[in-house]
Design a protein around this ligand. Sequence first.
Ligand code: NAD
Ligand code: IPM
Ligand code: MN
Length: 375
Amino acid sequence: MDYDIAVIPGDGIGPEVIGETMKVLSATSKIFGFDLKFETLPYGAGYYLKHKEVLPSGALERLAGFKALLLGAVGDPRVPPGPLEQELLLALRFHFDQFLNLRPAQTYPNVPIPLGGNISIDIDVVRENTEDFYMGLGAPFSGSYTGDLAAGRGEYEFTSKVEIQVSPPRDCAFALGLLTQPAVERIAHRAFKLAEKRGENSLHVATKANALPQFYGLWDEWTAKTAKNYPNIKLKKINVDNLCYQLPRTPAEFGVILCPNLFGDIVSDLVSALTGGLGLAASGNIGDGLCMFEPVHGSAPDIAGTGRSNPLAAILSGAMLLEHIGQIPASSAVKQAVRDYLSGGQNFPYELGGETPFDQVGDLVTAKLMSQKYA
Ligand code: NAD
Ligand code: IPM
Ligand code: MN
């Protein structure tokens, strides 16, 4: 089997962690007898600064021809926040309608966790990935604003005419959030199905319907409707602020956590901290078209180039990619190799308390991969 895989290493530690991931994935494909044809694309801050555009025209259409996309991270101190995140990362999620952002996090042997002790945590954050306050609709204005706002998503177009006055005039900013019932229901179904697969008897849904009943109240209503299809799984509504309080206190009580886009982003960083760090947190952006696999973390400019990045989150995202393309035993082997490496308790990256530079970690995981017995 041959698979065309697009790779966008991106910025900062992105290329560091993706290089290690490609080492591990290439070794895996040799063991399991399939071919991963990587095509590395140069998009990110360097490309943007050179060409004055984030993506060339036709780039998204061309990406549609790949089996999957592996991404490192985007974001660079030379570029103000916004264009790379919105026109590259979010553009990919929206263009390909990758509505499910699946962010698994679990504790591993020998990985220090901030709570200390011997706690076992195994949480899947299910984040809606196309709506909420990520519509990109909004603007700064001074006193008044008049304009047309539009956004396209996989299954619909959103258009609006907005007229705002604030008097006496003052400098302002506004953002429009959007929730649509089909989008909330499809992500809720995914979360319930995952809870079923995990053998859970409950599922947490975290919103803020107390502060925004006219918005998140509808999310809660629609997810409660979906819940009727899953009588064996109890829907546990929780305010997202309370969730952030309860998670560090009783993390083992949580299994699948379903969130709207913005809260899901924030909760997944918290959950990653509780289980050992962003350098272990993998993710998949999944829909019916091209799917994208990337670590939860960003480009970490504070440590880029120092050797201190932990590539395990990217490597585990690579395992999610393998599962997605149907190479299930290969995916399991990568996850097992990461676990074996961590079980060894040695040669850890800086994030996990060691002094091993990132560019040895892929080799260490590959060595574990090679030493497994395969049928
Ligand atoms: P970040 O995730 O890049 O870093 C947060 C902290 O975690 C930093 O201290 C960093 O050093 C540490 N960290 C992250 N990944 C690590 C790893 N693999 N190993 C060891 N330590 C790691 O978040 P930030 O600082 O808020 O954002 C930096 C840039 O990345 C910004 O431009 C932001 O917009 C962008 N960003 C991009 C993505 C993405 O492309 N998916 C995700 C998040 C942030
Ligand atoms: C993530 C990131 C992005 C998000 C940013 C960079 C736009 O934080 O993938 O978690 O908010 O989704
Ligand atoms: Mn994030």
